[in-house]
Design a protein around this ligand. Sequence first.
Ligand SMILES: O=C(O)CCC(=O)C(=O)O
Length: 217
Amino acid sequence: MALLLPDTRPSRMMLDDGALVLPGFITPEATHLLRIIEQVAAFAPFRQMATPGGGTMSAAMTGCGAAVWVTDHTGYRYTSHDPLTREPWPAMPPLLAELGEQAAQAAGFTGFTPNTALLNRYAPGSRMGLHQDRDEGECSQPVVSFSLGRSAIFQWGGARRTDPVRTVILHHGDAVVWGGPARLFFHGIKPLGHETHPLTGDLRYNITLRYVARTTH
Ligand SMILES: O=C(O)CCC(=O)C(=O)O
């Protein structure tokens, strides 16, 4: 989408029962959120984590909150401490939790209390394969995801990996919320292209807020 053209998309785009895109929902706070990402990364640097299968995550990741999702050769889990620095993860900035709660509310989910934010950084060519978010130890709360910088093609599937996949372009400032019957639906990000964004160059950032009930050290 040309950045100088007005955004003519509707304010809500339904993906499924319990899943929708809120175009431009966080645009007013976008520069503030980019500053928060910088501040978190100053204490807990972005890194490309190892996967249990012997590979490496394509997107670089870090996070903040009571616990953050990590992966290494032993598996996926939420940890209270950053395995890189051995320090507790940076605290959740109140603005993140507030925006998450507001986006969830706008999507019809009341009482969202996010206690973890995963920060994903995509360089040209970076992707995220189709997956379910199922390491949180509970599924009663939705997932809220914010897009910043370069646009990306979001893949939205169904409850089974083999279900048909639709795509929607996520732009700077968009939020996606999924919960209830769609909480465990498969989703992913196609490889990022090579365009640039005035605020982030050739990078895309994603902030994904969740409530996690099961953590380790
Ligand atoms: O980058 C995105 O928009 C999606 C991120 C995601 O699916 C995840 O962190 O589980």
